[in-house]
Write a protein that binds this ligand. Structure first.
Ligand code: NDP
Length: 249
């Protein structure tokens, strides 16, 4: 019962987040502004808000009834690799890690990460029928995992390009031109969306779908806002570059 409610909450939350963020950009990074209450250092914010996403699913795995399932272990590894990087590596590599990050956003993200980790872990390690070992050869697993790995590679590479820009611009902003930035303003978001779409396909699950939908709802509006911001702040911004999806939008 609670599980079903939380799943509905995630889908509803995605719709609310999408339309809200089209109107009000989340106030962090280049869109940080006054009036959003207490702040902490960005790197601490990232560490705190991502930690439940990393830990909740591990706890559910060890409490669950799929501990000997190779497929369940594979899903745990996929999730954990992503969230280990996002929680313990990304914040300390950030060049703007000392900048301010509103506590209110951390609270929202904590809520989301706890619910999302719970519904995904509860499904995979308790509720789902045991995935047979043959799932590893199923086209859904192969396509989903390929998307997951490619999305993660695009995301990490794009964040790396952004970090290198800071070598020349200190804590300011400049136009990224390498990698998929040639085609879109936010390839890190594009990669993240592909990654969690791959997760949904590989797990072939409603909670996986909810996470993919939420990721799109959260990042697509920010990509549009960032794209507009680049155009407004850089007169020489490449005219053909799209916001999020190469050649399309
Ligand atoms: P951004 O692209 O806004 O920023 C990433 C880093 O690069 C920040 O340190 C930022 O600095 C810096 N940066 C960005 N643009 C430039 C530029 N033009 N020149 C120089 N430095 C730049 O990403 P987010 O901070 O929004 O997200 C970080 C990661 O988290 C991404 O990989 C994203 O996919 C992921 N994420 C996932 C979400 C999800 O729902 N799954 C939600 C949000 C993020 P500064 O902080 O100073 O702006």
């Amino acid at each position: 019962m609670l599980y079903g409610i939380l799943l509905v909450v995630l889908f509803a939350f995605a719709a609310i987040v999408y339309f809200s963020l089209l109107l009000i950009p989340a106030p962090y990074g280049r869109h940080l502004r006054k009036g959003w209450g207490y702040t902490v250092k960005a790197k601490h914010g990232w560490l705190i808000m991502e930690f439940p996403a990393f830990s909740v699913i591990i706890i559910l795995f060890f409490l669950g009834n799929k501990r000997t399932s190779i497929v369940a272990i594979t899903f745990l590894l996929m999730w954990s690799v992503h969230y280990f990087q996002r929680t313990f590596i990304f914040p300390f590599l950030m060049k703007g890690g000392y900048k301010k990050f509103p506590v209110i956003l951390i609270v929202f993200a904590l809520g989301f990460n706890i619910i999302n980790g719970y519904v995904n872990g509860k499904y995979l390690f308790y509720l789902a029928p045991v995935y047979p070992i043959s799932w590893l050869y199923d086209p859904r697993f192969i396509i989903g995992t390929s998307l997951f790995i490619s999305g993660m590679a695009i995301n990490l590479h794009s964040d790396h390009i952004l970090r290198r820009l800071r070598n020349s611009s200190k804590d300011g902003y400049s136009i990224p031109r390498r990698g998929l930035f040639k085609y879109i303003s936010c390839p890190n978001y594009f990669g993240e969306i592909i990654e969690w779409t791959g997760w949904a396909v590989a797990t072939w699950s409603i909670p996986g779908l909810a996470f993919a939908v939420f990721t799109f709802a959260n990042l697509a509006p920010r990509a549009f806002t960032n794209h507009k911001w680049y155009r407004e702040n850089f007169p020489d911004y490449p005219g053909k570059r799209k916001a999020l999806i190469p050649f399309i939008k």
